[in-house]
Write a protein that binds this ligand. Structure first.
Ligand code: PEP
Ligand code: MG
Length: 593
């Protein structure tokens, strides 16, 4: 008490996944689901008490919602929010909902939190079976009501993230669905307990240009809402309760960082051509169409990866064909982009789940992901493909299929695409003429059968995020094994080389769209490997272009040649590190990578 001003500064180290410095207030974002205590009541005498706790939480929840409704009503505007609040109140008063929960407490001797969760789960099962998409989506209202009750059982008020001042989000982890719920313009930075360089939290924060540090282990334990904190996403550091001196230094760092970015934009405007005339196409990786202006401003020639799964997570109902169409037209038709690579839906793994059943998979990274899911849910797949074909009149479209592990999958996907095309032709729907088809090379077996795959497609795009995870057997979001995640592992480099060689022999283009493509530390190696296109986070483009414009193909190939003779990652890293520091001292003298 009274010691507010004197809180001790402390530093936490994690993995910097999105560069930049932010200074602000922390906001502890707790996904309630992860934190709810579940236990059996030790004594039957506690049952009545537990039921009273539940009833009290119901009353408090209703009171809060009525207050919220009053506040929103005072603001005027549309009726929708008020109507939704009424729905939530109705759920909390619903006899079946209340009785079922009380019955759970009585019959199973569980605490109120557990009982609420069971009721919500039961409703979810019923809703999952509903035919109507809209009705099925309404489970979210029941879940919201349930979460509010859980918050009150825990004695917390549920606050909306991102109202008022900008905040730095502190969380155990952030799924794309969590981020989609936030008012991102109010989010200054992210700091999470778990995650690695290529987890989707990392990718999303980079594309939104929000500094982020993940893998901090205990940040949710050690930082409280309203604490002053600094995030240095470039260094992977979080500073809690910074003293005035530290704060001043970081204000300066923040300014320098911004200057450096602006100055790099000079490189962005010019094409990515080496000093001896080798041209590399540069793509932007995007998750939202809102990122297109940033991709163009940072010097992308086209879009090398549009992660369309994000169309699904920003809404509660399944997107319609027209929703898809609108997004694809914005990408393909964007002025300033020469081509657009749209990847079909890649759900699963560390991304979100459309199908609740697969969220219970024991090994989601090896489960019903990406193309596997689409080949199973053909109707859903067709909606997306139809929209892509219809949008192709707007410009140059490249359709890319993720997680292809062998020829059967690409043939099946192409077969479905052909069916959709014929349906559209029968309806005289106009379509672009020169649509290209490609596969992501991200499963090791795809490299092994690349020769066969090359006969089926117009291009390959290497997804190093998954390729590394699968070939080195490292979960890409598990911070315990991040140290093993090594793009310069000889096995990884050999797989990339093999893919490029096979692709070129077959006369097709080979791109790379994993995070490795956007790290300037690897740029000379990738030049030496002769990739035709590098696609990356838009923010990363200027620096990568700078390296390409300052290198020659000849020296890059010479470097690669030496690298390919080495047998360990450590030796390779040391060699590349020395080469990059020597050639580009201003870029690599401090952090090494
Ligand atoms: C990859 O795996 O490298 C890739 C680009 O796809 P994603 O990160 O979306 O899985
Ligand atoms: Mg992938």
């Amino acid at each position: 008490m009274g010691g507010e001003e004197l809180k001790k500064t402390f530093v936490m180290k994690g993995i910097g996944v999105s560069p930049g410095v932010v200074i602000g207030k922390a906001y502890l974002f707790d996904r309630l689901d992860a934190q709810v205590p579940l236990y059996k009541l030790s004594d039957p005498g506690l049952i009545t008490e537990e039921i009273q706790r539940f009833r009290k939480a119901l009353r408090e929840s209703e009171k809060q919602l009525l207050e919220l409704k009053g506040r929103l009503g005072d603001l005027g505007g549309g009726m929708d929010p008020l109507y939704i609040i009424d729905v939530h109140i109705m759920i909390m008063k619903d006899r079946k909902f209340v009785d079922q929960t009380i019955q759970n407490i009585r019959e199973m001797s569980v605490n109120a939190e557990w009982a609420v969760r069971m009721t919500v789960d039961k409703y979810r099962e019923i809703f999952d079976r509903m035919e109507d998409d809209y009705l099925r989506g309404r489970i979210s209202d029941i879940q919201y009501a349930g979460q509010r009750i859980l918050a009150n059982l825990a004695g917390k008020k549920r606050t909306v993230v991102g109202t008022g001042e900008g905040v730095i989000i502190i969380s155990t982890d952030l799924s794309p669905a969590d981020t989609a719920q936030m008012k991102l313009d109010r989010v200054l930075g992210f700091a999470t307990d778990i995650g690695g360089k290529t987890s989707h939290t990392a990718i999303v924060s980079r594309s939104l240009e929000i500094p982020a540090v993940v893998g901090l282990v205990n940040v949710t334990r050690d930082v409280r809402t309203n604490d002053d904190i600094i995030i240095d996403g470039s260094a992977g550091v979080v500073i809690v309760h910074p003293d005035p001196e530290v704060r001043r230094r970081y204000e300066e760092k923040k300014r320098l960082y911004k200057d450096a970015q602006d100055h790099l934009l000079d490189y962005a405007r010019l094409p990515a051509v080496t000093r001896d005339g080798q041209r590399v196409e540069i793509g932007g990786n995007i998750e939202f169409v809102e990122e297109i202006p940033s991709a163009i401003a940072h010097g992308a020639d086209g879009i090398g990866l549009y992660r369309t799964e994000f169309i699904y997570i920003t809404r509660e109902e399944l997107p319609s064909e027209e929703d898809h169409l609108a997004s694809y037209c914005s990408v393909i038709g964007a002025k300033g982009l020469s081509w657009s690579t749209i990847r079909t839906f890649d759900q699963g793994g560390d991304k979100f789940y459309l199908d609740k059943k697969s969220s219970h998979e024991l090994n989601p990274q090896l489960g019903l992901r990406a193309i596997r899911f689409c080949l199973k849910e053909v109707e859903l797949f067709k909606v997306q493909l139809r929209a892509m074909l219809r949008a192709s009149v707007q410009g140059k479209l490249r359709i890319m299929f993720p997680m292809i592990s062998g020829v059967e999958e690409i043939r099946a996907a192409k077969g479905i695409l052909l069916e959709v095309k014929e349906e559209l032709l029968a309806k005289r729907e106009p379509m672009g003429k020169d649509i290209e088809i490609g596969v992501m090379i991200e499963v090791p077996s795809a490299v092994i059968v690349a020769e066969e795959l090359a006969k089926e497609v117009d291009f390959f795009s290497i997804g190093t995020n998954d390729l590394i995870q699968y070939v080195l057997a490292i979960d890409r979001i598990n911070e315990q094994v991040t140290y093993l995640y090594e793009p310069l592992h000889p096995a990884v480099l050999r797989l990339i080389k093999q893919t490029v060689d096979v692709g070129h022999r077959a006369g097709i283009r080979v791109a790379m769209c994993g995070e490795m493509a956007g790290d300037p530390f690897y740029t000379m190696i990738l030049l030496g490997l002769e990739l035709d296109e590098l696609s990356m986070n838009p923010l990363a483009i200027p620096r990568v272009k700078k390296i390409i414009q300052g290198s020659t193909l000849r020296e890059s190939k010479a470097l690669l040649k030496k690298v390919m003779t080495l047998s360990s990652s450590a030796e390779i890293r040391a060699l590349v590190d020395a080469a990059m520091r020597k050639r580009f001292p201003e870029e690599f003298q401090i952090n090494g990578q």
